[in-house]
Every structure is written in structure tokens, then in C-alpha cells.
Design a protein around this ligand. Structure first.
Ligand code: UDX
Length: 414
């Protein structure tokens, strides 16, 4: 009898990290491994997964355990830096020895490549010891990767905090890891994957479990939208969603609403309920052609034949989900890696278009309408999207690179 490897998985408590780590856990379980999933107490409650005596078995055999994130229950957790600092202070002492066992990360290879290259960027004087960029120059980590603006690095949004509290640990941890698992496929990011032989593409992890009643979402999924999609023409609907974190300015939200009225096609728009103050519809807005929902099963939506294109903030999960479904993008990035993902979509894979902002950083309704119409009329983008979908899926099929890597990884763990 072989040894059953037991994994402890620890996502940062936002859905963009919890979702891929959940999918990764399900794959590990399918391969005969055991998985213990560490939630913060707060996100565990929020995801409404029942917990008894410190741990509970979910329907999918993931064993959930929780630790406090160190904040009070009523503290505002939309401030991710505050959450991060509190977790760093509170959790390690409660996790004796287990941290060393962690060797799975849920990122694109490009994000991994940027962390890997950090010491060299400092050595070359491109960023200083506080993480500030010293020169206004774009960087290319390897050929085949897009030129990247250093202000969009993942640490750019938390700046000094990252360098004061995380940098050393992160580099140490990455050096300890034998493998850096990347939720990507070789064909999507060959350049970034060439940065280190330890980068192992195992994705995109894309399981859609139709029998899965329990979900790790923070908001209740609207299922009526699938019936609504069934009634729409094939490739007619504009799907609009900005992930689980991005918050749009109030006037920009209104402008987007008016743009959706201007577009001839129907739309399905995810408007999360956690930004009620910002998200007020303008009086002139009809919304007759569309459906507005608080949260959906995005993978199911993107796979629906009625979907024509995806107005997206380009979070990595949304990016690979759109690619996996062969849906063209209209890119609307908000922060950090989302700008790089936009570069991949528009400049490397050429499966989408970007939006131009005016001098105040505002995107007009005319610009949105113009670009959606352009996307509908662009056969080249549609063809490339379908081709990329196939190439990406091949990585997960029998004999595909990601599938083999995953099997090799599990065998190595065993
Ligand atoms: C965060 C960061 O913002 C992103 O830049 C980074 O790459 C990953 O972590 P988030 O902003 O939530 O994630 O975006 P994204 O990575 O796209 O993840 C959102 C997830 O929520 C996706 O898996 C998507 O399928 C899911 N989702 C979104 C739903 O299930 N339903 C919805 O209605 C909207």
C-alpha cells in the first residue's frame, strides 16, 4: 500500500484565491490524496460551510479547519492590507511546523515569475528596497512575455507593507519549495514558465461540478440566469463581471449602466451587493435588454452558448475561465496582475480588446459601445479565441502537459 499524501492548503481569504485552491483540492482528492483546507474563521462562516469541533468534512471530502485572522468580527475586511497584516501576526504561531509543508500556489506563471525576479530587480536598481520603481521603464522577464509596467506588480498595490513584512518570508518560502504549481497551461505562458524549471503548469483547473450544491461563494448564486440565457440567441449576450474585489467609482458605474442600454445586444451583469453606496443606477437607465444578478456560477455562464463576449476586470481566474470557454474579452483591469492579464489577452493571445480612458481615467459609454460592437464584428478575435480554447483544453486532456504534470506531482508526493 502506498502512502496517502496529506496536503494542507492555505488560500488568502478572498474568492479569487479560495476558488482555485478548492479546485486544486478536488483534483488532489480525485488522485487519492487527503486535503485539509485552512479557512480563516471569518471566511469559513461567510462561505457557510458547517464546522464542528474545529473541523468538518464537506461533501467533497475536503477537511476544513479554521484559525482566527486576528481581527474583531465587526472589523472591515475589505481593507486587504489590514487583513494580511493581522493574519501574519496571528496565524503563524498557531500553525506550528505546518507552513513548511506548503508547496502549492494558486497563481499565473507570470505572477510567479515576477516574485522570482524580485531580488534581481532590486540588484539591478529597477526597484528600491521599499518596492518603489526607480526608473519609469517597462520590464520583460523573458522573450514571449509582454512588456510589463513595474507599478502593476502584485506588491505595487501594498507597496512598503510588502517589503517590510512579507518580502523576506516570501523569497525564503519560494526557495524552500520544490515546485511552484501554476494555475496555467504551458501554451498560455511559455515565456513566464521558462523563468524557472521549478514552475509547474497544472491548469487551468476548471472543474464544473453540476451536482455541487455547496459552494464556497460569499454571495448566493443566482441560478435563474441560466434559464434566462437559454432563451437568448446563440452568441448574443454580453457578460459583465468584475470579480470579487474590484469596486467601481459611482460615476463610472452609472456610465457603464448607460452603455449597456446603448448596446443592441442583451447583457448579463454581475453587480455584487457589497458596494451599495457606489452602485446606484442612473435615472435614465432602463436595463430592459438585460439581467442584473448579484453572483453567478461564472464557469457555467461562460460555457453557455448564448454568451458572446466578456467585459472583465481580467483577474487571473476570470481570464483563464474566459479562455477555457473560447469567449472574446473586453478588458477593464483595475489593479496589479489584471493589467498583465490584459496584455496577454490583447497583445499576446489577441483574443480581446482594451478600453481607452480619457484624461481623467474615465471610460465613456460611447467607448464601451464602440468596443463591444467592434468585438462582435471581429472574426479574427473569435477564431483565435476558439483556437486558444482548444489548445488550452488539450493541456488537460489525456496525454496533455498539465495533466501529466499534475500526475507526476501527485506521484512525487506519494
Ligand atoms: C483576485 C485578484 O483581484 C486578481 O487580480 C487575481 O488574479 C486573483 O485574485 P478577483 O478579483 O476576485 O481575484 O478575480 P478573479 O481572479 O477573476 O476571481 C474571481 C472568481 O470569482 C472567478 O473564479 C469567478 O469564476 C468567480 N465568480 C465571479 C463567480 O463565481 N461568480 C461571479 O458572479 C463572479
Amino acid at each position: 500500500m502506498g502512502i496517502i499524501p496529506h496536503f494542507l492548503v492555505i488560500p488568502f481569504p478572498v474568492l479569487g484565491h479560495i476558488n482555485p485552491i478548492t479546485q486544486f483540492s478536488n483534483v488532489l482528492i480525485k488522485h487519492g490524496c487527503k486535503v485539509t483546507f485552512l479557512h480563516t474563521e471569518f471566511s469559513h462562516k461567510r462561505a457557510q460551510i458547517s464546522a464542528k469541533d474545529g473541523g468538518s468534512k464537506d461533501h467533497n471530502n475536503i477537511n476544513y479547519v479554521t484559525l482566527p485572522d486576528g481581527l474583531d468580527h465587526e472589523d472591515d475586511r475589505s481593507d486587504l492590507v489590514k487583513v494580511l497584516l493581522s493574519m501574519i501576526k496571528t496565524m503563524p504561531s498557531l500553525l506550528p511546523k505546518l507552513i513548511e509543508d506548503i508547496n502549492a500556489l494558486d497563481s499565473s506563471a507570470t505572477t510567479m515569475a515576477s516574485v522570482h525576479s524580485l531580488p534581481k530587480l532590486m540588484e539591478d536598481g529597477i526597484i528600491d528596497s521599499d518596492g518603489n520603481t526607480t526608473k519609469k521603464q517597462k520590464i520583460q522577464f523573458s522573450p514571449l512575455m509582454p512588456m510589463m509596467d513595474p507599478t502593476h506588480f502584485a506588491w505595487g498595490s501594498i507597496g512598503k507593507v510588502f517589503f517590510d513584512h512579507l518580502y523576506q518570508q516570501e523569497i525564503q518560502l519560494l526557495n524552500l519549495a520544490e515546485w511552484w504549481l501554476c494555475n496555467t497551461a504551458y501554451d498560455l505562458e511559455p515565456g513566464a514558465l521558462s523563468v524557472s524549471p521549478r514552475f509547474l503548469p497544472i491548469g487551468p483547473l476548471m472543474e464544473i461540478d453540476n451536482n455541487n450544491n455547496k459552494s464556497s461563494s460569499f454571495w448566493k448564486e443566482d441560478t435563474t440566469c441560466l434559464e434566462w440565457l437559454d432563451q437568448q440567441q446563440p452568441q448574443s449576450v454580453v457578460y459583465v463581471s468584475f470579480g470579487s474585489l474590484a469596486v467601481m467609482e459611482s460615476n463610472q458605474f452609472k456610465e457603464l449602466a448607460l452603455a449597456l442600454d446603448l448596446i443592441d445586444n442583451p447583457f448579463l451583469w454581475v453587480v455584487r451587493p457589497d458596494n451599495k453606496d457606489n452602485y446606484k443606477y442612473p435615472d435614465e437607465f432602463h436595463g430592459r435588454k438585460g439581467k442584473i444578478v448579484v453572483w453567478v456560477s461564472q464557469k457555467k455562464v461562460l460555457n453557455h452558448p448564448a454568451i458572446a463576449c466578456f467585459i472583465s476586470h481580467c483577474g487571473w481566474n476570470s481570464t483563464i475561465e474566459g479562455v477555457y470557454s473560447g469567449v472574446p474579452f473586453l478588458c477593464w483591469p483595475f489593479f496589479s496582475d489584471q493589467f498583465w492579464d490584459e496584455s496577454y489577452i490583447c497583445d499576446v493571445w489577441k483574443v480581446g480588446l482594451g478600453l481607452n480612458k480619457d484624461e481623467n481615467g474615465f471610460i465613456s459609454k460611447e467607448e464601451i459601445r464602440k468596443k463591444v460592437e467592434k468585438l462582435f464584428g471581429d472574426e479574427g478575435i473569435r477564431e483565435r479565441s476558439l483556437k486558444l480554447k482548444q489548445v488550452t483544453r488539450n493541456n488537460l486532456a489525456e496525454g496533455g502537459k498539465s495533466k501529466k504534470n499534475l500526475e507526476n506531482f501527485v506521484n512525487w508526493a506519494k
